[in-house]
Write a protein that binds this ligand. Structure first.
Ligand code: CU
Length: 358
């Protein structure tokens, strides 16, 4: 049953939070999306931005556009580091503002109770602004025609990209979806392949100290083997919505992301001659040939995978452990949209004791 909602004003009559900056200083802004559902974009009125790092310390190639004023979309779990400078054309004392726009791509239906944009004042050289003097009404939103940094199109620095091999040593393919099944009382659950994840319960012992054959039926594992190897993980998103997937214990190179305009948009390299969404190459006899543009890859630990699309993630599986790979939308994880990546275990999964000296 639909329940009527009404707009909720979280600020009430209180003063807006504000930034108090010095126009002569350059600031490093570290942004973390700790949200449980939506991505967001930051827009500044009178400042210029430069994106320097993603996902906690991973350097990106400097942008040629020096006068960008907005950056995003930052999805749940993702981080970005920005350099913020006062625009040189602007009067030192002129007030400015920061607007945060919520991405509505994950909202299936219009929500009249949602205020998707919030604007906050920025003051310069005015450290003693009394709270009561701050205008409680929001500054006018910034027009949309500003230069934008699309962080999805950024690439890592060439030194980071130099270590990607032309081919991975192993390839794994998974499919993910939220499903409402009669056998699960029509309650939506997240799936990887045919498994909806729950914490290990039978027996209730951490996976890391349990031989793999004793893991319960709620654990889907990609097993990378006892030696460090380069792994391609191809994640097909069959769902109607996009999902931000996060891997623990490793960063991965995002080699390609595809969103289908028609059909499921899936890629199975064991069946398909070529990845959908990439142009067919001329016949190549080069054993090092790769369909992906490795000079444009981005190293990350959280990737937004579009609905009816896929992502090709390449990483070196060299950090021993049983690592969760999961959607970072809180209720999707809670409903089982997760699996594990078992790194440096032996064939039976007895590795934990020897590799970690447990
Ligand atoms: Cu999700």
């Amino acid at each position: 049953m639909a329940v009527r909602a009404r707009p909720i004003d979280c600020n009430g009559n209180h003063s807006l939070p504000y930034l108090d900056l010095d126009p002569n200083l350059t600031y490093r802004i570290r942004v973390v999306n700790t949200g449980s559902l939506a991505g967001f974009t930051l827009r500044f009125q009178e400042e210029n931005l430069q994106l320097i790092q993603l996902d906690g310390g991973i350097d990106v190639e400097p942008q040629s556009q020096k006068s960008a004023t907005s950056a995003g979309i930052l999805f749940p779990g993702q981080r970005m580091d920005l350099i913020l400078r006062r625009s040189p054309e602007v009067d030192d004392q002129a007030p400015s503002s920061l607007t945060i726009d919520l991405d509505q791509g994950c909202f299936k239906y219009p929500n009249p109770a949602l205020t998707p944009s919030h604007t906050f004042p920025i003051y310069y050289n005015n450290p003693s602004i009394p709270e009561s003097n701050i205008n409680p009404s929001a500054p006018a939103p910034i027009p949309n025609d500003t230069f934008h940094i699309d962080i999805e199109r950024a690439s890592s620095t060439s030194s980071l990209l130099a270590s990607i091999p032309a081919k991975a040593q192993q390839t794994h393919v998974v499919y993910t979806k939220i499903e409402k099944l009669a056998r699960l009382s029509n309650i939506p659950y997240g799936f990887f392949n045919r498994t909806t994840w729950k914490p290990q319960a039978d027996p209730p012992i951490p996976l890391i100290s349990l031989p793999r054959h004793q893991w319960d039926r709620n654990q889907l594992a990609v097993v990378t083997g006892p030696e460090p190897e380069w792994v391609d993980l191809i994640v097909n998103n069959l769902d109607e919505g996009p999902h931000p997937f996060h891997l623990h214990g490793h960063n991965f190179y995002v080699l390609f992301i595809h969103k289908a305009s028609i059909g499921w948009g899936s890629y199975n390299p064991f069946q398909d001659a070529f990845p959908p969404g990439l142009s067919l190459p001329s016949a190549s006899s080069d054993p090092e040939y790769t369909p992906y543009d490795l000079t444009r890859a981005i190293l990350r630990d959280t990737v937004q995978i579009p609905s009816r699309g896929y992502a090709v993630l390449r990483f070196r599986a060299d950090n021993p452990g049983v690592w969760l790979f999961h959607c970072h939308i809180a209720w999707h994880l809670a409903s089982g949209m997760a699996m594990v990546v078992d790194v440096l275990g032996d064939i039976e999964g007895e590795w934990a004791h020897s590799a970690l000296n447990l």
